[in-house]
Design a binder for this molecule. Structure first.
Ligand code: SF4
Length: 342
């Protein structure tokens, strides 16, 4: 059983205290007896405890910075949504293949933003620009937002904001099972709640610090019973010994645990394992003992944006993985929609 995240160290940017949520969090963390420091900007968060870079990295992943989001220009978020909505960045999990290792670089601490109303106002502006088309926002591009929401309830309030929206749709994905406080949110069917799932072997070897598969599936059942549209992202689809049985068992477990109401509006997104050269170096530094297979010679090179290509599986392997997953999904969830395999 993995406990809900409690930061070991909390920083406040002074402007955060001008917002009600900033004050609430300060009172809350003081009452919890957490170590609190003040900083003029998150960029000044230096001298984290630890003798080596690896120790500092680990400390950063249990450090929370409470600040405000200055940039209210949203990134795009294809293929799952039109825009990424920035509610937090960073994550306390230690997935060996996490892309945040490269995107967050030297600042792997977790940041939560307290100017939530301003972020919603920016989202509403994007929605107005695309009307009468609906606009989807992805809330987990830069963090596992569910993993910290028991502390801030920012996600819960955002779900309710989108619940009141005519054309705005929210979606996010999580590897954590701490969902109870989200079950009574007035979502109005406008939020798709997704869980990241994988073969048990993959979760046990490569996703330390996140919830085990059985707990994620149990949480998905609760979410479905609360009336949320539900989805699963299988990422990364990873070739390993016994992968066919591993994935088959996972889908069977999902089928056996989910309530009937989950079956009619269910989506799957499938993302094969990939890595870039820079990511391989960062992984070797942060998780030196990893058994993750990162051999370029066993992969196919795919050109990418900014000249940084990625290594994906050779065509034949890719087809085998895709066909197997499509078959299993068809067998257990004939009415589900597979949104993409990439
Ligand atoms: S849970 Fe998601 S965001 Fe967090 S470390 Fe794992 S992959 Fe990264």
């Amino acid at each position: 059983m993995i406990a809900p995240f409690t930061p070991k160290l909390v920083y406040f940017e002074p402007e955060a205290l001008n917002y009600p949520l900033g004050q609430t969090l300060k009172n809350k963390f003081e009452a919890m007896g957490l170590e609190i420091r003040y900083t003029t900007s998150h960029n000044q968060v230096r001298n984290l405890p630890g003798d080596t870079d690896l120790q500092k990295y680990r400390t950063a992943k249990s450090t929370l910075v409470v600040g405000i989001r200055k940039t209210l220009k949203f990134d795009t978020s294809k293929p799952s949504a039109e825009y990424a909505i920035p509610l937090a960045t960073g994550c306390m999990g230690h997935c060996h293949y996490c892309y945040l290792q490269t995107t967050m670089g030297s600042k792997p601490y977790i940041r939560t933003y307290v100017n939530v109303e301003e972020i919603w106002a920016a989202a509403d502006q994007y929605i107005a620009e695309r009307a009468p088309e609906p606009t989807r926002f992805e809330a987990s591009c830069t963090s596992d937002i569910v993993g910290i929401d028991h502390l801030t309830h920012t996600l819960k309030r955002t779900i309710e904001h989108f619940g009141r929206s005519r054309l705005g749709r929210l979606r996010f994905v999580t590897k954590f099972h701490h969902v109870d406080h989200l079950l009574d949110a007035a979502h109005n069917g406008n939020t798709r709640f997704r869980f990241s799932v994988n073969a048990d072997f993959v979760i046990r070897h490569f996703e330390p610090g996140t919830s085990p598969l059985a707990q994620r599936i149990e949480a998905a059942g609760k979410v479905a019973r609360a009336g949320y549209p539900l989805g699963f992202i299988v990422a990364p689809v990873y070739w390993h010994e016994g992968w066919q049985e591993g994935y088959a068992r996972m889908f069977e477990q999902l089928h056996d645990t989910l309530p009937p109401e989950a079956m009619d509006n269910l989506t799957f997104e499938l993302i094969q394992h990939r890595f870039t050269r820079p990511a391989k170096q960062v992984i070797a530094r942060n998780y030196p003992m990893t058994r993750l297979e990162l051999d370029e010679a066993k992969r196919r090179y795919k050109w990418g944006r900014y000249g940084i290509g990625k290594y994906i599986y050779p065509l034949e392997t890719e087809a085998e993985l895709r066909d197997h997953l499509y078959r299993e999904i068809g067998k257990w969830f004939p009415r589900a929609k597979i949104e993409y395999f990439t």
